[in-house]
Design a protein around this ligand. Structure first.
Ligand code: TXA
Ligand code: MG
Length: 323
């Protein structure tokens, strides 16, 4: 069952039950979600959450998202939930969306980074949902990478990122195959009369506006979110963005190249992926950047997608990766 020490690759009911026990006992469990893999801990246990910060090498005042399995658990974590947030939750959960809501008093500062709001999400992945349900707790989980690095979309990538920091007795990595979406959830702040997007993702502005019948507030948020740091999601290779419409692809000679399949590989470039659509681009994005690092490429030239669906999130991550 254990391919790499802590990896449980056979996600049988038994493996999930064992992982749920580890969570309840204060251990860390990395688990698949439809966006990226998360590094989970009991959201009511300050020591367990402190270990997440250690393993990630993340600053201590950053908030973490609490993952739930059922919309009925919302009231245990949040209060004064606006109508439009309920509408979003009903439409898009389980799914690639995190809502930032006013927190209940029982929610620890070690979860919210001392802020008055809490981030909540119900992921759309059967292993994640079963794990959270079995554990019977809220599961605090950031992406399962070292701070500032690329989020993992496979169990192997989790192992490469943080395997060395996990304890093979107390912790585990659940292998659920590659993530379906490939970029992190859309984070929507629901603290004001209109929703605000803190991080774009697969739930787009148009989808939010349709469900809430409100215009998304384009103002600057006061809340802190590490995913909004100017530099984040970065591989070791230098990421250079080319023009989406008219890319000067010849610059990629001797380096990595990532673009939709309609752009042929330039001479002397090393193709990292040929996504066929924007959704496919999101799915392969992080693995392609990782592949560049595995090959020790000094630079990766990227033609970002130009669409307005999940392409907005891809451009956001690529911009930070290239900062
Ligand atoms: O798709 C995802 O959201 C993945 C999977 C595992 O669920 N999780 C994820 O977590 O990307 P993380 O910690 O890597 O990014 C979550 C972002 C961080 O930038 C954090 O600062 C922000 O959400 N965040 C969490 N709680 C918050 C809060 N109460 N207020 C403002 N930002 C918050
Ligand atoms: Mg992250």
């Amino acid at each position: 069952m254990c391919a790499h020490g802590v990896i449980l690759s056979n996600c049988s009911a038994d493996a999930i039950a064992l992982a749920a026990e580890k969570l309840r006992a204060g251990g860390l469990v990395a688990f698949p979600t439809e966006t990226v893999y998360g590094l989970g801990a009991d959201a009511a246990n300050p020591e367990a959450v402190a270990r997440i910060y250690q393993v990630k090498g993340r600053p201590h005042d950053h908030p973490v998202i609490v993952h739930l399995s059922d919309i009925n658990q919302l009231d245990q974590w949040a209060c004064e939930i606006p109508e439009y947030a309920i509408a979003l939750a009903r439409s898009f959960w389980p799914g690639p969306m995190t809502l930032i809501l006013p927190r209940r008093d029982n929610v620890g500062d070690f979860i919210t980074g001392g802020q008055e709001s809490v981030g909540l999400r119900i992921p759309n992945n059967p292993i994640a949902l079963e794990l959270i349900k079995r554990a019977g707790i809220g599961v605090a989980a950031p992406s399962a990478n070292r701070f500032g690095a690329i989020s993992p979309t496979t169990a192997l990538a989790v192992h490469e990122e943080i395997g060395a920091y996990l304890d093979s007795e107390r912790d585990a990595i659940l292998d659920g195959g590659p993530s379906d979406v490939g970029v992190e959830s859309t984070i929507i702040e629901c603290l004001d009369p209109a929703p605000k997007i803190l991080r774009p993702g697969a739930i787009t502005k148009a989808m939010i506006e349709e469900v809430t019948e409100l215009s998304v507030d384009e103002g600057v948020s006061q809340v802190r979110a590490s995913g909004t740091l100017e530099q984040h999601y970065a591989p070791k290779a230098k990421v250079v963005l080319l023009d989406s419409e008219n890319p000067d692809v010849n610059r990629a000679a001797g380096a990595g190249f990532l673009a939709l399949e309609k752009f042929p590989t330039p001479d002397g470039a090393i193709r990292l992926a040929s996504p066929t659509s924007d959704d496919d681009y999101a799915r392969v994005l992080y693995d392609a950047l990782r592949a560049g690092d595995r090959r020790n490429l000094p630079a990766i030239y990227v033609v970002p997608p130009s669409g307005d669906g999940v392409a907005v999130a891809i451009r956001d991550r690529l911009k930070r990766a290239s900062a």
